[in-house]
Design a protein around this ligand. Structure first.
Ligand code: ZN
Length: 436
């Protein structure tokens, strides 16, 4: 049984004090530290490989090792049930042992550009980290947006989680699928969590095209290349033929270009003030029909705001900060809405009196319902949780999961939080039973 299974999801929160009952740069000054050689400034290329394709282990990594190149492999669990064409965690551990960087590319490889999906990004990243740890790979500092889709909420999550670098695609500057040169990474202009792809390797690429992309590298401008499988039998639209790849790498060697992993970019940019990249406010792609998908729990709270305000303010005694988190509004917005609903004055009002019978109410979320073992309860879902208020102390409550887990003949079918994967995968994640 896993750890989470042993720990019952119970705890008491008492008057704001928690009692566990749980068994359970420097403004980028010139930003560029590249030495000048007799042939001019050093040219730098970042090599990245997405999707944990088998050929990364069998062909790419050994070749790059021989050439003395650095590279980042962005791994995802998404296709690992096809071990013939995709790497196992063990393969990934071996690539790490060879000295290459392993970056996080999420568990389900979904589109994280919407607020709804960005809300579950932390859980997905943790699932990958958990598997990496088992094969001796420490927590990644680099991330690649799946399908090159990004949005402000995902950037915020990555920042909060301590990621240093995140790579996007050539979009929105260059439309997807077009053989063109994308933006060259400029640390003075691009935010390190929105590093653009300069060259996205499509099967139609030729050595000439590769040379053009690489030729853009100059002092303070770093070329970032995005590859998938070499070859990539299951995703032929991003395939690179091995002999052509060999030509590309030989060219980099002949030209004496410095080839690095994404994590090595730290040497070329300062960690001080980061540029006010205009794309920090941009979402790619734009939502279909202009409707932004919010996290399910945020939407249901907003749909019945009066009920939840009373639940949070009177019974659970939430702060306005906590309420803002649950509702997805700013503190200003939610206090204004509470005033409009005539509920602002109930903040801090006493709940029920001592000696009453046990009351059970839906748990509003926002506040973590566990003490300790937090890493085993990533993304606790409120849909299955109820707060049982204690008659001898109405300010205290125990959060129970009904249920915490459902097993079926298919395996772990549902879990009330993220930590171990369930058969739901991406689509139904976060859409569980709903007590309210
Ligand atoms: Zn990918």
């Amino acid at each position: 049984m896993n750890d989470w299974g042993r720990s019952f999801n119970r705890r008491i929160i008492s008057r704001g004090v928690t009692l566990a009952l749980s068994i359970v740069g420097v403004v980028f000054e010139s930003a560029w530290h590249a030495p000048h050689s007799a042939t001019g400034p050093e040219k730098v290329v970042v090599l990245t490989f997405d999707d944990a394709v088998k050929s990364h282990r069998t062909f790419v990594a050994p070749l790059l090792k021989r050439l003395g190149f650095g590279a980042t492999f962005f791994v995802t669990h998404r296709w690992m049930d096809d071990p013939e064409n995709f790497m196992s965690w063990r393969d990934i551990g071996e690539i790490h042992q060879m000295g290459f960087e392993i970056g996080n590319h999420t568990w389900t490889h979904s589109d994280f550009s919407s607020p709804r999906n960005a809300a579950r990004l932390a859980g997905e990243l943790a699932l990958v980290e958990n598997e990496l740890q088992k094969v001796g790979v420490s927590r990644p500092v680099s991330f690649a947006y799946c399908g090159n889709a990004f949005g402000p909420e995902a950037v915020e999550q990555l920042d909060r989680l301590g990621f240093k670098f995140a790579r996007r695609g050539m979009q929105p500057e260059v439309p997807y699928g077009r053989i063109q040169i994308g933006p060259i990474f400029d640390p003075l202009k691009h935010h390190p969590l929105l590093i653009p792809t300069t060259g996205d390797a499509y099967p139609e690429w030729t050595l000439e095209h590769f040379q053009t992309a690489v030729g853009r590298a100059r002092a303070g401008q770093i070329v970032v290349l995005q590859f998938h499988g070499v070859p990539d039998p299951k995703h032929p639209w991003v395939d690179t033929p091995p002999d052509r790849f060999q030509e590309y790498m030989d060219y980099l060697k002949q030209q004496n270009i410095r080839v690095i992993a994404m994590r090595d970019l730290g040497r070329y940019i300062s960690n001080g003030k980061r540029p006010a990249d205009r794309l920090l406010k941009v979402r790619f792609p734009e939502p279909k029909n202009g409707v932004l998908a919010l996290p399910g729990e945020v939407e249901t709270t907003r749909a019945d705001l009066s009920y939840w305000l009373e639940n949070m303010l009177i019974h659970h005694r939430y702060s306005w900060d906590e309420i803002a988190q649950v509702t997805g509004y700013s503190v200003e917005e939610i206090t204004r809405k509470a005033q409009e609903l005539g509920q602002a004055q109930i903040a801090g009002a006493p709940g029920d009196k001592e000696g009453e019978t046990i009351r059970v109410l839906p748990y509003p979320g926002g506040r973590h319902p566990r003490i300790g073992f937090l890493e085993g309860a990533i993304l606790p879902q409120r849909g299955t949780k109820a707060s049982v208020f204690l008659p001898w102390n109405p300010a205290s409550y125990v959060v129970v999961d009904l249920p915490e887990a459902i097993f079926s003949n298919l395996g772990l079918t549902y879990l009330a939080h993220s930590h171990v994967p369930t058969i739901w995968g991406g689509a139904s994640w976060g859409q569980p039973l709903n007590l309210k």
